[in-house]
Design a protein around this ligand. Structure first.
Ligand SMILES: [Fe+2]
Length: 401
């Protein structure tokens, strides 16, 4: 859409005040004919929903000032904007607004707003119209919750036909969290490439109301936009590897990097994943000693490239570097993709994995899979489902007592 097609008359600067309390008031000053549609390029999606915090992300088609209104009722009543070093974030298109001070296990309502900035001059901002979303809602997790339902996608490789067929299989499954476990963005090359996918994935999994996690596979780190790609998400701790507690599950997410050595000519000397692997090895050793890991009902490991169940001839530096700690940790189950062949490897001993290894399928209608995880007070069940709804494999592990 061209800018002028959705512009209506601008209002005075006094109608949008930077103070948080005044931001809510400003909405009243924007009359109905100054509201527009089509400003949102990527609809809102929830990132890093913890017991006390949520990050709301969205992208606009043109530069804006954006904010979130929220509250425990549909009347909202609070407003939050992003402030960096004394400046209210504005004249931008990628929005990442964090609401803090929330209560665990509590439902909240929210609505996003973006107001177009037509011109940004010293002493004079020329405002355009405002777009707002519907009133949406989310629920913060609670460490005392006994249950969690997750859906995993992997290796979609931009194929929305496969994604949509898998989405059909989510129907009837009330998920709390979605996880895209790598290679869902195939060699990201631009905003024009990434944003429509982000919007399709986010809307598909209802990410405006249920948090979503986008993890890197080896393909997210290949394209010309790969160094910008992490900015479209917000993980706990701000890194591509992290731990988080959601209800009865302590998750450990790791990032394998590329599937060939840094010295391979394909990477032009621009990767140092070997250093990144060592950094994560040290981090993993500490994470598995923490009380939140040890006292969880389930310990779940997630990374894109499987280090067990991989062809013996494949590059696999992770097995010797991470494997001993992973086996010592007492993981209950792990989730992966990459091979494009769905399979569940039961636990093995003798230098291999002592936890079940779940590997999702590939990007085609024939080999694509959805992984459903359902955890309650007594057991965690995993089901791999094909695009046509057929059950490919299941596995169940008991809760720790
Ligand atoms: Fe992969």
């Amino acid at each position: 859409m061209k800018k002028r097609e959705f512009l209506v008359s601008s209002v005075g600067i006094g109608a949008v005040l930077p103070a948080i309390s005044a931001v809510a008031a400003s909405e009243k000053a924007v009359s109905a004919d100054e509201e527009i549609k089509g400003l949102f390029r990527v609809n809102p999606y929830l990132q890093n929903v913890s017991e006390t915090e949520v990050t709301v992300m969205w992208m606009t088609r043109t530069t804006c000032f954006s904010w979130v209104e929220w509250g425990e009722t549909k009347e909202l009543g609070n407003a939050t904007q992003s402030i960096v070093d004394g400046q209210v974030t504005a004249n931008n298109t990628l929005n990442k607004i964090t609401i803090s001070g929330l209560e665990p296990g509590t439902s909240y309502f929210y609505r996003i707003y973006s107001r177009e900035i037509i011109e940004y001059n010293p002493y004079k901002v020329k405002w355009g119209a405002t777009e707002k979303s519907a009133v949406l809602s989310f629920t913060t997790p609670h460490v005392k919750s006994d249950s969690l339902n997750c859906i995993f996608f992997n290796d979609i490789h931009d194929r929305l036909q496969t994604f949509n067929a898998l989405l059909d299989q989510v129907k009837g499954f009330d998920h709390d969290l979605s996880i895209f476990n790598g290679d869902c963005f195939n060699d990201p090359r631009s905003e024009e490439h990434v944003y429509p996918l982000l919007d399709a994935y986010g809307q598909g999994v209802r990410a405006a109301e249920r948090p979503v996690i986008y993890l890197r596979g080896n393909h997210e780190i290949r394209g010309s936009y790969s160094r910008q790609w992490p900015s479209v998400g917000s993980n706990p701790g701000g890194k591509q590897y992290f731990a988080m507690r959601r209800g009865p599950i302590q998750f450990i997410f790791m990032d394998c990097g590329e599937d060939k050595p840094d010295s391979h000519q394909a990477y032009s000397g621009l990767n140092d994943f070997e250093g990144f692997h060592r950094e994560q090895a040290g981090w993993l050793e500490k994470e598995i000693e923490k009380p939140e890991f040890k006292n969880a009902k389930y310990r779940v490991l997630v990374h894109h490239i499987p280090i067990y169940g991989l062809n013996e001839k494949k590059y696999n530096p992770w097995k010797s570097l991470w494997g001993p700690a992973m086996n010592r940790a007492g993981f209950d189950i792990s989730f992966h993709g990459h091979t494009h062949r769905a399979v569940i490897h039961p636990p093995m001993t003798a230098g291999e994995h002592n936890f079940p290894v779940i590997i999702g399928g590939g990007p085609t209608m024939d080999n694509g899979t959805l992984t459903l995880l359902q955890a309650d007070a007594t057991e965690l069940t995993v089901k791999l489902v094909g695009t046509d709804g057929r059950c490919i494999a299941t596995h169940t592990v008991p809760a720790r007592t």
